[in-house]
Design a protein around this ligand. Sequence first.
Ligand code: ASP
Length: 313
Amino acid sequence: MEKKPSFALALHGGAGTITRASLTPHMEQEYRAALRQALEVGYKILREEGSALTAVEATVVHLEDCPLFNAGRGSVFNKLGYHEMDAALMCGKTLEAGAITGVRNIRNPILLASEVLHHSDHVLLSHPGAEDFARNQGLAFEPDAYFFTQQRYDQWQALRDTDVYMLDHSETGEKKFGTVGAVAVDLAGDLAAATSTGGMTNKNFNRVGDTPLIGAGTYANNKTCAVSCTGHGEYFIRHVVAYDISCLMEYKGMSLAQACNLVVHQKLKQYGGEGGLVAVSPTGEVTLPFNSEGMYRASWVAGGEPLVGIYQE
Ligand code: ASP
């Protein structure tokens, strides 16, 4: 019997040292509500037969606009005290991808990645050419003040003038925030992945993380899976995490869950690579593994209940 067409969406809002002790009940509620709202944005598009690409893009726009997360509004500060953002979007059907790195003042970096995917011959644009392209495409810019949040600024102050850089949601005494991402499979069986981030607090200026690197932090292929990662980017780049999961499925015949668990809980962990990811398969299997203390996450498979999580269960 042929499998009934289905759809599914999973998203993350960053991984790191997120413990019950580190969030007040009020903050926890705020995060849960924000994750749930973002989930609804993408789910509605999929339910109305929209594409996975449209769904992940809209979900990430919603998360970028929310100052609770380290992407778009609310991005972390780099070593020089300003915001440099990375984002990527990939279509599993065509393997087309668009990504941008180090961009400044772009209101929604994922929309710029989408412009690169749809309206350029390139895959990855960096600052300042990326902003030039954004201007030509008519994208919205915002002043530095739009991206500012007190907590992110305080986090940076704690590390300022040191060589330490860290996940915005790692334990420094402040609240935790995170990179955002979404993956989806739509009713047509097409997959897509989107990721957006301000990177890591106090990162070197012009540092590029895993998020905009296709195959590292973001990947989608209708044959296997769609993956969006969050965590210490340098490890995700070295381990080519998102593509590794796809390869384990394609060449070794692993299931989505097997491939993700191997990469997150063994391969990355063994080297100290902290983080997690969300992934979906063409048949609507969803998995959200992480090896950190917590990961802001949510998923919704057609016909099921929406799930929202923060800590290790
Ligand atoms: N992976 C991101 C980076 O390294 C950071 C994060 O996920 O919070 O830029």
